[in-house]
Write a protein that binds this ligand. Sequence first.
Ligand SMILES: NC(=O)c1ccc[n+]([C@@H]2O[C@H](COP(=O)([O-])OP(=O)(O)OC[C@H]3O[C@@H](n4cnc5c(N)ncnc54)[C@H](O)[C@@H]3O)[C@@H](O)[C@H]2O)c1
Length: 450
Amino acid sequence: MSDRYIDFANSSLGQRLVAALGLPSPARLERWEAGRLRPVDGALLLGGGPLARNVSAFAHKLTEHIYSYGPEPLLAQAWIPGHGPTLKAVLFDASDLQHTGQLKQLREFFQPLLRNLDHSAHLVILGRDPQTLSDPFAASAQRALEGFSRSLAKELRNGGTLQLLYVGAGAEDQLEGALRFFLSPKSAYVSGQVVRLKACATQVQDWTRPLAGRQALVTGAARGIGASIAETLARDGAEVVLLDVPAAKADLDALAGRLGGQAITLDICAEDAATRLIEQLPGGIDIVVHNAGITRDKTLANMTPEFWDAVLAVNLNAPQVLTKALLDSGTLHDNGRVILLASISGIAGNRGQTNYAASKAGLIGLAQAWAPLLEDRGISLNAVAPGFIETQMTAHIPFALREAGRRMSSLGQGGLPQDVAEAVAWLAQPGSGAVSGQALRVCGQSVLGA
Ligand SMILES: NC(=O)c1ccc[n+]([C@@H]2O[C@H](COP(=O)([O-])OP(=O)(O)OC[C@H]3O[C@@H](n4cnc5c(N)ncnc54)[C@H](O)[C@@H]3O)[C@@H](O)[C@H]2O)c1
């Protein structure tokens, strides 16, 4: 469903009215378009500590326009505030900040460039996970990056985003994949996130088709976010298997036909769902996206057992049962990727959604608890938690709540199914075993539960 307010706020009359009345002024976000090759369409600025040098080694694959800023020996052509080009992407390595006095480097680096950011600019700060540091002052300085980055993300205008990546020992060689996502329009609706990278044995071979040779199963693929995920995984080279309920067969077959994929009609809550699914995947599977989900909203006082049971069965029990069966039968290959569609409702809670929020929080807990147990097989398990996404599910929300859902975020608008799909596609990559047991929000830095 379209958001007419964005069009209005970006019209010449709208811009004046919005400014005069102090209303939110959401930017039109730039998104990844088919055929595009370079992640950064403009100038990339590098600065800060030693990891910026790691990035400079592959930065020419991100963009032709690389600049550096700061006191460090120059990594690239010097960027001069007010004279250099406007910046489409910025990377600052704060991993060597060890004590409070050094934190001023954040202000010194970022302040001069904030008025020189291009439209939909993407910023990334690199750090070291405080929990891995033995020096309490260094850990405190690295934790300070979280407050800084989440706050600066809220101050960005014009569709800008900012994330903090804690880079674990040995994870440096996975930075390219992460930056191809976080410095590009693929992460248009992701902001204010903290992501931890760890070492990962597998790498992407071909960045134009990062999922080539991989088989991907997407549940609930007939429409909405699931359809977009299937399209995006296929775009990235995966062979897709699309699953949905028998009632959605016509849409499912049409999409599978268009993507050259396989369609499976199956209710994931059926008694024999796991057996039937495994039968239809004789060659096994590399990527499993548990996207099928339902809402049956009522306050708890009015919640029927049927509403409660249906939501918990589809959203939480089925992903648990199916994933376990795929693992136990060996259908899910080693180095597999499992992605669970959670929701910020599962983080923040939502009135009228005790059942839904419980199911989505349960998925986040599942990813956290199961990921370490699957590490020795190279399998990663993550949750993606969308905020307000423009789909048939959210089109049914009453107008006032819908508007609140859209505007109560740093980007001031709802996201698109494509935004969630891009995050899933990134987590599905061979190198994204660097991320596991985490929940990535795709919510425009919604104020809910942040
Ligand atoms: N739209 C949003 O704003 C939003 C926000 C947060 C999370 N999510 C989550 O993202 C996922 C997709 O959401 P959407 O908005 O595209 O929903 P949607 O209702 O448009 O699509 C869900 C799909 O799942 C399928 N499905 C439902 N029950 C099934 C079952 N038992 N077996 C097989 N398939 C089944 C449906 O037929 C449908 O095609 C859901 O898990 C949802 O909870 C959505």
